[in-house]
Design a protein around this ligand. Sequence first.
Ligand code: NAP
Length: 541
Amino acid sequence: MPDVNPAPAIPHYDALVIGAGFSGLYQLLCLRDRLGLKVQVLEAGEGVGGTWYWNRYPGARCDSESHSYNFTFSKELFEEWEWSERYPEQPEIMRYLNHVADRFDLKRDIRFGTRVTGARYDEAANRWTVTTEAGERFSAQFLITAVGCLSTANVPKIPGLEDFAGQWVHTGQWPHEGVDFTGKRVGLIGTGSTGIQATPVIAAAAKHLTVFQRTANYSVPAHNAPLKPEFKQWVKANHATLREVMRSTPNGHPFVIADRSVWDVSDAEREALYEAAWAKGGLQFRATFRDLLVDKAANDTAAAFLKNKIREIVKDPATAATLADIDHPYAAKRPPIDSDYFDTFNRDNVTLVDVRAAPIERVTPDGLQTREASYPLDIIVFATGFDAMTGPLLKLNIEGRNGMPLAQAWEAGPRNYLGLQVAGFPNLFTITGPGSPSVLCNMPVAIEQHVEWITDCIAHLRAKGLARIETTEPAMAGWVAQVNDAAAATLLPEAHHSWYLGANVPGKPRVFMPYAGGMAHYRAICDEVAAKGYAGFALSD
Ligand code: NAP
């Protein structure tokens, strides 16, 4: 007799993709339209955009130049889209991603408002079952995470926050209705890329802004401006060239690192080159010399130049000294770029507080209290960053073979092969996972490479009649060593408090997470692995 109350059938797909930012959108397009797979994207937000959907804080803008912050896989798409400014602002990036989603009819296969809370691999069925916050379930042969690297907000556990009488917000979870700073005393904690972008905009709107700085940071002017028609034309006419440059440079940006050492030039020439790079602005400052990230003494010359700029711009000597008291090599932490950040400290309504010297002790009902003083506030803005790279993956509660939680497999830090797969987690792919260039690269370039590699890999399996791919322990051990070696060859690990190392989240294992060997080199490694029949992976039916 049939069951009168049968369990609802779980919808089954060839592939489930978690996230609808740059990576999820392109992965859907590749698997659905190029391979003909049945694909479902699950997205927590109510729209596409990923990181950009959530990061709506004032001043949110990308630090990749706009003509490089887009997909390059389609010449037509590249040529028809026109950015308005040198660096795209968050609303314009949202318009771009919505345009992509509509142009390729992607939204019909995305379920919005669907937060994934669990994923479990069933060995016998060779299937992943994914559970959502609302209790829905979906299953698929392949599970692909497209959750981004910087999507899990890090709100420090400061005692007393729950008793704060005012409003508090984290920049990465910004209210869609915005925050009205008019007439308000605002405290902003954090001076990473986000705090540096938000400071001038909040200062212009608020009655008073107090910036709480723990680690002083370098910043180079963005010199953002509307794009000239001639430049827009040049971009449209140079799709192939730009794509080639971005794919061949170590960091995926459309500029080439100068082939000269800091020591090839005289002191005066070096200063002139730094001045020219400062006048040009942006992340290209790093490209002034080839040895800035590998030779500490070379880096010191850039650091000295940038610290001098702070002292020149900021009028109050004590504030300038606190801002310029930077303890790490230039670009060893992700280098911010800004619009009038240092100049903002010349405003009468802005105060800098050094919370390295006198740490924040607690939030009180009416503000923040450091070891030395109390600061009455109406609004606290946490620009305190993210549980980067591993955070978004671990939050999914992924369980591999025999119920092994990913959190347990990564107890001592992330271990995987090529940043793409973890042994014990068959048919799971992690786009821009730890161990891949990801955040050390212009993200769309890293994303296109991963999505295309995963697509080719799944196409290969299907062509061979195979159903499963899983990396091996030895392949992972070898790759982890390569990731460590690549980082050790640079100055990057010298920024001890960097989120690249997980150091910004208390208790997180200190492991250098992104692959620092350069995007072009990484691409060649991945291509070779594929050409050798997916060496380092076990393929089976
Ligand atoms: P972040 O670089 O991690 O900076 C967080 C800031 O908060 C740091 O200054 C940190 O100080 C401070 N902080 C954290 N906990 C604190 C505490 N308990 N007390 C006092 N200060 C505390 O985060 P982010 O600025 O959001 O940037 C993260 C990344 O997002 C960037 O590096 C970049 O990759 C990306 N991003 C890009 C753009 C862009 O494209 N323009 C814009 C924003 C962000 P310590 O350094 O001492 O830990």
